[in-house]
Design a protein. Structure first.
Length: 202
């Protein structure tokens, strides 16, 4: 029994770690919005209370180290609604972002605008927060940052780029180690308790 339990634990760790190690870590990618129909209201851009991405295509432009989104550069992402009214974003009226990558379907539910930076003329940065579910991620906190610029001011084309990042999630093997550790503590407690009962019986 003493040999079988560690052997089973090693097999379990190896199997789970190998099958899902690529999905562990965090979501970390950047994107650009391609299209000339992006608008903001009101203008100038730094005063905007909404950003409309209607008619644009959201394209992955880069991946961070350890990204577990399953995306690749040039993949596209769906955002709904495309008209993001900053004051309306809430749990009841979220902005959702979805994609399908090598690890399956993912959905981000962004429920709050945590930051609006209006510090530069003809520019705006908006940070939205929420959770992401898909692959190894189940309700993990996530942040999307949107950077919008309008060179030349009102009436000119608005360019949008941004980044997406989640909290780090433990490797699957770490979860297994934690479960085995708690099981071991429970087994030790039961053994100690039974020894104590035996001592009292004598």
């Amino acid at each position: 029994m003493k040999i079988i339990v560690p052997a089973l634990a090693a097999v379990l760790l190896g199997t789970i770690g190998a099958s899902s190690a690529a999905q562990a870590g965090r979501i970390d990618f950047s994107f650009v919005a391609l299209g000339s129909g992006i608008s903001a209201a009101p203008e100038p851009l730094q005063d905007a209370t909404s950003l409309n991405l209607d008619g644009s295509v959201i394209v992955v432009s880069g991946l961070g180290v350890g990204d577990g989104s399953g995306l690749a550069p040039a993949n596209t992402i769906a955002v709904s609604p495309t008209d993001i009214v900053f004051g309306d974003v809430s749990a009841a009226d979220p902005v959702t972002k979805s994609w399908t990558g090598t690890f399956g379907a993912f959905t981000e539910t962004l429920t709050a605008v945590s930051l609006i930076d209006r510090g530069s003329p003809n520019a705006l940065t908006v940070e939205l927060t929420g959770t992401v579910t898909g692959g190894s991620f189940h309700g993990v906190p996530v942040t999307m940052i949107i950077d919008a610029t309008q060179s030349g001011g009102p009436g000119n084309v608005i360019s949008v780029s941004g980044s997406n990042s989640s909290s780090v999630i433990p490797e699957p093997s770490t979860w297994v180690m934690m479960v085995l550790g708690f099981a071991g503590l429970g087994y030790a407690a039961v053994r100690r308790s039974s020894k104590n009962r035996s001592a009292f019986a004598v």
